[in-house]
Design a protein around this ligand. Structure first.
Ligand code: HEC
Length: 141
């Protein structure tokens, strides 16, 4: 009987340890970069200011007044392909940049995106950050 209980206890402990390990392995952000890219170029319409796939010069064709407005902004849209842009930012800050926007700029709060969609976009931006810093290393003499 005691053996049975001990066995059950050990089995329980193993299950708990496995579950714990699985939850720790979950990376922050819990986002999916591929879905984030879709949101960036699609529903989020981030490409309107930040450019398709975050290439700042690849903005879609838009009414001229929108293009003019973007050109004349006191604070231009962030260029995510510039190495310094994303480097100093934590994931949490990026999340809030998107969710709450930047006051007094046209980076408005993205209230039309769910938290999951924002997590996905953050994962996409982190992927770009890694790509950009890798390219920087390769180009160094
Ligand atoms: C109407 C134009 C516009 C749209 C659309 C837009 N942004 Fe921005 N975004 C800006 C501007 C302008 C800034 C720079 C604000 C500043 O300098 O404080 C910015 C800054 C940011 C930053 C902070 C970067 C930094 O260097 O601090 C993030 C992150 C960001 N945008 C993500 C997004 C995402 C994701 C979307 C789509 C869901 C989006 N933006 C849509 C204009 C836009």
């Amino acid at each position: 009987m005691t053996r049975l209980i001990a066995g059950a206890l050990i089995a329980g402990m193993i299950t708990a340890a496995t579950l714990l390990a699985a939850s720790c392995a979950k990376e922050w952000p819990p986002g999916n970069a591929r879905k984030g890219q879709e949101v960036f170029n699609g529903k989020g319409y981030c490409l309107s200011c930040h450019g398709k796939d975050a290439y700042i010069n690849k903005r879609p064709q838009q009414p001229p007044q929108i293009d003019r407005m973007i050109k004349e902004l006191a604070k231009p849209p962030a260029n995510f392909r510039k190495p310094s842009t994303l480097q100093s930012k934590t994931n949490e800050v990026l999340f809030l940049d998107i969710k709450e926007g930047h006051p007094f700029t046209v980076m408005f709060p993205k209230t039309f995106l769910t938290d999951q969609e924002i997590d996905d976009v953050v994962a996409y931006l982190l992927e770009i950050r890694d790509e950009v810093s890798l390219a920087e290393k390769v180009h160094q003499p």
